[in-house]
Design a protein around this ligand. Sequence first.
Ligand SMILES: Nc1ncnc2c1ncn2[C@@H]1O[C@H](COP(=O)(O)OP(=O)(O)OP(=O)(O)O)[C@@H](O)[C@H]1O
Length: 303
Amino acid sequence: MSVEVKHLVKQYGQQYAVNNISFHLQKGQITGFLGPNGAGKSTTMKMITGYLMPDEGMVTVNGIEVQRNPIDAKKMIGYLPETNALYYDMYVCEYLYFVAGIKGIKNKWQEIKKVIELTGLQVEKNKKIAQLSKGYKQRVGLAAALINSPEVLILDEPTSGLDPNQIVEIRNVIKQQGSEKTVLFSSHTLQEVTAICDRAIIINEGKIVADDTLQNLQHQKNDIATITISLREQHLQPQALQLPEVDRVEMTAPGTFKLYTRQEQLVRKHLLAFALQENLNIIALQSEQQSLEEVFRKLTIGS
Ligand SMILES: Nc1ncnc2c1ncn2[C@@H]1O[C@H](COP(=O)(O)OP(=O)(O)OP(=O)(O)O)[C@@H](O)[C@H]1O
């Protein structure tokens, strides 16, 4: 089951909440949808699920155009909105029964039993939704999204506000679902995306700034390293360390330099040879890779 997002645009007044974005989601892949606050994640998800009409562009789910045929498309989608709207006065089972009814399920109790097990709601299933903790309310939302085994899951910040144990459990449910479904889930944190995704789409100010497998993003991460070298000799100028394969040199203190390079190993060798040749005394030599967070920051705030 594939999801095709083509040239989606949503504008509020002068502001583009989503500005001409396109991507393709495929079965068996969990895609993380990442971006800072206000980047356009929820707006995109609302358009994918047919809850918001785009100004331009279209979404198809397994060839069915969501905007033209929302009812057929919605049958294939399980959606957990960011504001997980539940009826607090209902009991958990009562609410799930209600959702199963809306979805036109025949064997309602059989389906409810299945989603309760999947989301670990057994212990709380007889309570009123208002009595549940935030994590369990989130599970009810997820259970509702899973009713009728939709092939596509669109989950808007499913772990937001949960404690670390609950986060791990919800992530496990998503992981398990991801092996046989098409899953898009949004998050602010790279750590989360790294934990369960195969691929990440990074959005900023309504535009996609990266769409790649985590493996490739890791390579991008490894692209630039910094090497900090401290020498006993304090008279050296930065130009002296502008060795081959060094992109840039900064002097951070007398005798201490920060070198930016894409060939960290080679530059370390050059540095040692240079120090030997010039009879310099190295006090410290330290390399640092860019973290994925830095890649994310670079892509979303350009620093
Ligand atoms: N109904 C609306 N009217 C006006 N502006 C809106 C509306 N809905 C969203 N926006 C704006 O569109 C931009 C994108 O919002 P959206 O909720 O999609 O971001 P997000 O990436 O989901 O953010 P967050 O991570 O904070 O939930 C924001 O600047 C938001 O203020």
